[in-house]
Design a binder for this molecule. Structure first.
Ligand SMILES: Cc1ncc(COP(=O)(O)O)c(C=O)c1O
Length: 450
């Protein structure tokens, strides 16, 4: 009988992150300065990021050493377990082998601390005393609150209003780790005040919260901005997930046919899949699937072009799949997947057919999450439920075709602070939002013309 949990000792925490830019061709187009529309150089980014992270953002080195101070903190929860989902396999009666990497094992309950810790470390080293950031579901805010505290940094979080109202426990967790949390839009920034003037009841969006945090950082010299997804250095830090999973699967004598991650800004998907795409780029057969909500289908229905990362147009322009930077997605429970854009790395890899994208409605994702919880035990984050839906669907295809494929998915976070969403699902109160074609067409019509 094979093991249910495949564990690695602490000394097997990867010593280096994997940088996929060393192996990609073509590379993503460079970020552009929001005013001049010329490629943004390190100096353009230095108002809000420390130079060490800017260098990582632009690096072409394949392997980047993880500092000892970061490894010390990673050791609190890494390496995370890899599970064989034997009970789910039995329930589905599938010949597929399903594995999941459990990133909910971190103190903040998701993969987000994998990048929050190095970001806090490099900021502290650069003499910064405060971090301003946004959060959607509250997972990123929790991660940076925790990481900031570990390095003695103050943390100010702009939390998307709909999540602030839906998820009071995330706010309390952030405050427990010492952060200050403001609902976004807030009256503390110009961007927030402007949004409140045009709609005082707006649910907010990640793009708007980013505008507030960037504005806060850009107007205070002691403060930098930290982003929980999208940027190259964030995906770089997340590759510890896939690097560990690769070793763990090798211990089980397996290699995945399919690697699956839910996709908001692309960081957990990049984290689990890039170390396998490294092999794909030298000819190995492996599929990577990005799973997104049907109500915010960035990769599946967006346009591939330059757009701002935030609503107010303060960030550099990124070449990515986008639904338009002022697109306000419906208030689905997977708050971390409500982002108009996507990582330029994931976008380029999708464009080139290296990553596949698909979108699901939230009710079928909750159905999959409940099936998972009732067989494997863990209650997953609503974001993660999208990856589980895809993993189950792929396992059912294996059953139909009688194929014994190996499916790996990232269990990017647990859902123990998202139980209200499960309550709504169990009470039959969830609704599926139709693909908001009109709204998307409208917001895409306002994209910057290059
Ligand atoms: C548990 C969890 N999974 C996934 C995501 C989506 O982000 P990303 O696509 O960057 O992994 C989030 C974002 O908040 C999250 O909290």
């Amino acid at each position: 009988m094979s093991d249910t949990k495949i564990l690695l000792p602490e000394k097997e925490i990867p010593g280096q992150w994997y940088n996929i830019m060393a192996d990609m061709s073509p590379l993503p187009a460079p970020p552009l300065h929001p005013a001049t529309k010329k490629p943004a150089g390190p100096d353009d980014l230095s108002a809000i990021f420390p130079m060490a992270l800017i260098e990582q953002e632009m690096s072409a080195e394949r392997w980047i050493t993880i500092p000892d101070e970061v490894l010390d903190i990673y050791a609190l929860w890494r390496p995370t377990p890899l599970y064989r989902a034997k009970r789910l396999e039995a329930l589905l009666k599938t010949p597929a082998h399903i594995y999941y990497k459990y990133e909910g094992a971190s103190p903040a309950g998701s993969h987000k601390p994998n990048t929050a810790v190095p970001q806090a470390f490099y900021n502290k080293k650069a003499g910064i005393t405060r971090i301003a950031t946004e959060t959607g579901a509250g997972q990123w805010g929790s991660a940076i609150a925790l990481a900031g505290k570990m390095f003695g940094l103050d943390v100010t979080v702009y939390m998307v209003r709909v999540s602030y109202d839906q998820k009071p426990y995330r706010k309390i967790a952030m405050e427990t780790w010492g952060a200050t949390v403001n609902p976004s839009p807030s009256s503390l920034t110009h961007s927030g005040r402007k949004a409140l003037e045009s709609d005082p009841d707006t649910p907010g969006s990640l793009g708007l919260a980013i505008s507030e945090a960037v504005e806060d950082a850009a107007t205070h010299t002691d403060t930098n901005y930290a982003l929980g997804s999208v940027l190259n250095h964030v995906l770089l830090h997340q590759t510890v997930i896939g690097l560990e999973a690769k070793k763990q699967l090798a211990l089980a004598g397996e290699y995945p046919d399919i690697v699956i991650g839910c996709c908001g800004g692309g960081s957990n998907l990049g984290g689990i899949s890039f170390p396998f795409l490294y092999d794909k780029m030298s000819g190995k057969e492996v599929r990577a699937i990005a799973v997104e909500p049907a109500s915010c289908p960035t990769l599946s229905k967006g346009e591939f072009r330059y757009d701002f990362g935030d609503t107010a147009g303060l960030t550099p322009l990124l070449m990515m799949y986008t639904l338009g930077h002022d697109f306000m997605p419906p208030g689905i429970h997977a708050g971390g997947l409500r982002y108009h854009g996507d990582s330029p790395l994931v976008s380029q890899l999708c464009r080139d057919g290296i990553i596949e994208a698909r979108a699901y409605h939230q009710i079928s994702c909750f159905e999959a999450a409940v099936t998972f919880a009732r067989s494997e035990g863990i209650i997953p984050a609503p974001e993660t439920s999208h990856a589980i839906r895809a993993a189950i669907d792929e396992a059912l295809i294996c059953k139909e075709e009688g194929k014994e494929k190996c499916i790996l998915f990232n269990l990017s976070g647990h859902g123990y602070l998202d139980l209200a969403a499960y309550g709504d699902y169990l009470d039959g109160k969830l609704i599926d939002y139709e693909y908001p074609e009109e709204m998307i067409r409208d917001s895409i019509s306002r994209l910057p013309v290059m």
